[in-house]
Design a protein around this ligand. Sequence first.
Ligand code: NDP
Length: 332
Amino acid sequence: MTSLPEHYRALRVVKDDQGTRAEVQTLPLAALPAGDLLIAVSHSSLNYKDGLAVLGRPGVLRAYPMTPGIDLAGTVLEDRSGRWAPGTGVVVTGWGIGERQDGGYAELARVQPGWAVALPPGVGAQWAMSVGTAGFTAMLAVMALEEHGLTPGDGEVLVTGAAGGVGSVAVALLAAAGHTVTASTGRLEETPYLQALGAAQVIHREELPALTRPLEKERWAGVVDTVGGATLAGAYASTRTHGSVAVCGLAGGSELRATVFPLILRGVNLLGVDSVTCPVPRREAAWARLARDLPAPRLAEVTQVRPLSDVPALAPQILAGQVRGRTVVDVR
Ligand code: NDP
């Protein structure tokens, strides 16, 4: 049996009299949380939620000090349950890592064996983290739309917050599956980027029909919404008969002002997407399809790789909507 490392480096969010701050610390192995599966983490990623956590904003970290990072990928070092062989490449997203217990911004992580998914054949940890929770969520949203009948040729599929992490991958996946994608963004300067991902049309978010009536003119065959608030309300009221809206995020607001009319007069499906508690069989299906369908060159184009020490400076940028696509964190 190979000996385990005695120490590991982690980005910790600490809270004391001076407030909340993030700092890189070296910790003993015993500082890891409980869990049978010990992973040598090579990569994590930066999501909107991680930005909130790193800055100590309320609602994400349930205790301090804590290692944020809701995603991680790496190699199994030890599994006391016997389920995972040492050396297996795994990905863990959600389940409360980086929120309720230490997450991916560290060289080592301890989690429950049932939380991990084996990396699909032919892809590595950096690829998995360029997908991350954001890309995984986009995949779940596209699967939900398709399961509710969305078929290529049905018409325009709207992606809101399209230049963000979830949005970028949703555009790429939908386009790769043959759907006609309309990308809505507040950053029209990202039009070439969104077109390269496969968007047929790019519109400014202010061009989206505002909600003035319970039922707006029918336009969208499907919607992947990462923005929430008035954007979601408008998209939902403009969804075509028997179309579906996959609700992923709240980048623009958490309220939803709506009526039941799209549901009961047009049979619109309002679909929730929760990547954190997603059951394992669905996770495995999503990761397999991501490995198969997400064009690797496109994913590479939307990804930047940054060291762990850059994360505190990146956190306010992702909250300000200034981060394009996906950010992989190299924790080694
Ligand atoms: P990003 O910050 O990468 O993307 C969010 C995008 O939303 C921005 O790029 C911007 O897009 C748009 N946006 C930001 N602020 C506003 C605003 N005030 N009004 C309208 N649009 C805005 O974040 P992620 O892609 O990682 O996450 C997107 C959302 O999805 C977040 O709310 C996150 O919490 C949620 N999420 C939910 C998950 C789930 O399991 N349900 C999992 C992962 C994320 P543009 O520049 O194109 O305008």
